[in-house]
Design a protein around this ligand. Structure first.
Ligand code: COA
Length: 327
C-alpha cells in the first residue's frame, strides 16, 4: 500500500512528465519531496537493521542450534505487537509445553477424534507418542521442519509460557542445497518405527488414511508448484488464549519468510476452525477433499488452501533505482 501511494506521488514529480505544472500541483510536489526523504531515510534504516539482524543470526543461540536456518527466520513483521505475542523459534526445551498445548487443543479439531478415539482410555500412550512426534519437529537435526511458538500469560505481568505454536515444512531450504534428489525427513514415519505402530490411543486405519490422504492431496493440489513453497502442518492455540491474534502472528511470521525467501506459496490442509482463520488472513480455497477409509461411512473433510504473496512494483524518479518484490 505504501509503495502504491509513493508511486502515485513520485510519478507526478518526473520533470516534464506532466505538462500541467501549475499552481495546483505545488502541494503534491511538497509531498513528493517529503516522500523522497522518507524513502531515503527508510532505506538507510533498513540497511542498518539488516546488518544488526545478520549479526544476531550469526551469533544467536538459535543459529548455533540450527546452523542452516536462513536469516529470514529471524525477522518478525509486527513490531507493534507486545513482546509476548512475537513468535520465536521453538527449541527442544519447549517440548513439554508444546506437547501440553497440542493435547489440550487438538480435540477441538474433528480429525483428532477420528485418529485418536481411544486417547482417554490410554492417556499415557497418547502423551508418549504425541511428545515423540514433537521431539522430532523440535530437533535441530530435523531441519526440514520448523516450530515457531508464542508465549503469553492470562494475568499481565505473570510468568509467560507457550500458548500457541505452528509447525512448518521448510524442506525448500534443503532442496535448494542438495537438489532434486534430496530425500525429505518424515517424523511421522519415525514415530511409527519407534513404537507408534502399536500405540493404543489410535485407530490405525484412520491414522494411516489421514496421513496418506494428506500426502495424496498435497501432491495433487500443490505438487505442480515445485519445491519453492512452505506447508503449514499444524497450528494450535490453547483454548483460553484463542482470539488474541496468536495464530495470526505465527502465520504472519511465515508470510514474512515467503516474502524474504521469494517463495511461491504457503499451503495448508485446513480444519473447520482453521478455515475461518486462513480465510481471514487472505488464503484462497483450492479444493475441498475427504479423508475416508474405503468401505467406511465415517469421514472428515479438509480444505486445501494456499496463500500467495502479492507482487508489487514501484517506479521511482530517474536517478533512483526502481524496485520490485513480493509482499
Ligand atoms: C484455529 C486456531 C489455531 C486459531 O487460533 P487463534 O490464536 O485463536 O487465532 P487468532 O486469534 O489469530 O484469530 C484471528 C482471526 O481469525 C478468525 N478466527 C480464528 N478462530 C476463529 C473461529 N474459531 N471462528 C471464527 N473465526 C475465527 C477471526 O477472524 C479472528 O479474528 P477476531 O478474533 O478478531 O475475530 C485455534 O482456534 C485452534 O487452535 N483451533 C483448534 C486446532 C485447529 O483446528 N487448528 C487449525 C489446524 S488447520
Amino acid at each position: 500500500m505504501f509503495f502504491v501511494i509513493r508511486e502515485a506521488h513520485l510519478k507526478q514529480s518526473i520533470p516534464g512528465g506532466s505538462e500541467a505544472h501549475d499552481a495546483r500541483n505545488a502541494p503534491s510536489q511538497r509531498i513528493v519531496v517529503s516522500s523522497l526523504s522518507c524513502v531515503q531515510v527508510s532505506l538507510i534504516l533498513r540497511s542498518r537493521c539488516r546488518l544488526l539482524a545478520d549479526y544476531w543470526t550469526r551469533f544467536s543461540p538459535y543459529y548455533l542450534l540450527k546452523p542452516g536456518t536462513p536469516a529470514s527466520f529471524f525477522h518478525f513483521p509486527h513490531s507493534s505487537f507486545p513482546l509476548a505475542m512475537k513468535p520465536r523459534l521453538g527449541l527442544p526445551s519447549d517440548l513439554e509445553a508444546v506437547t501440553d498445548v497440542i493435547i489440550k487443543t487438538m480435540p477441538m479439531d474433528p480429525q483428532w477424534d477420528y485418529r485418536f478415539p481411544y486417547r482417554l482410555q490410554y492417556p499415557e500412550d497418547h502423551y508418549k507418542y504425541t511428545k515423540m512426534l514433537f521431539q522430532y519437529f523440535l530437533d535441530p537435526a530435523f531441519d526440514d521442519w520448523v516450530v515457531m511458538v508464542v508465549e503469553d500469560s492470562l494475568e499481565p505481568g505473570s510468568e509467560l509460557s507457550v500458548v500457541s505454536f505452528g509447525v512448518w515444512d521448510v524442506s525448500y531450504i534443503n532442496k535448494r542445497l542438495y537438489g532434486p534428489g534430496y530425500k525429505t525427513q518424515d517424523p511421522v514415519t519415525e514415530v511409527e518405527e519407534h513404537g507408534g505402530k502399536t500405540r493404543r490411543d489410535a485407530n490405525h486405519k484412520h491414522f494411516c488414511e489421514f496421513w496418506q490422504g494428506q500426502i495424496r492431496a498435497y501432491k495433487r493440489f500443490f505438487g505442480h508448484i515445485g519445491p519453492e513453497k512452505i506447508h503449514l502442518q499444524i497450528l494450535a492455540t490453547l483454548p483460553e488464549f484463542q482470539r488474541r491474534g496468536h495464530a495470526t502472528s505465527l502465520c504472519q511470521w511465515a508470510m514474512e519468510v515467503l516474502r524474504r525467501d521469494c517463495l511461491q506459496i504457503m499451503s495448508v490442509m485446513a480444519s473447520p476452525m482453521g478455515y475461518d482463520l486462513y480465510t481471514w488472513l487472505g488464503f484462497d480455497l483450492v479444493a475441498t477433499f475427504n479423508i475416508q477409509v474405503p468401505g467406511e461411512e465415517e469421514k472428515i473433510t479438509l480444505q486445501a488452501m494456499q496463500y500467495v504473496p502479492k507482487v508489487w512494483t514501484v517506479k521511482i524518479v530517474p536517478g533512483i533505482e526502481a524496485g520490485c518484490g513480493i509482499m
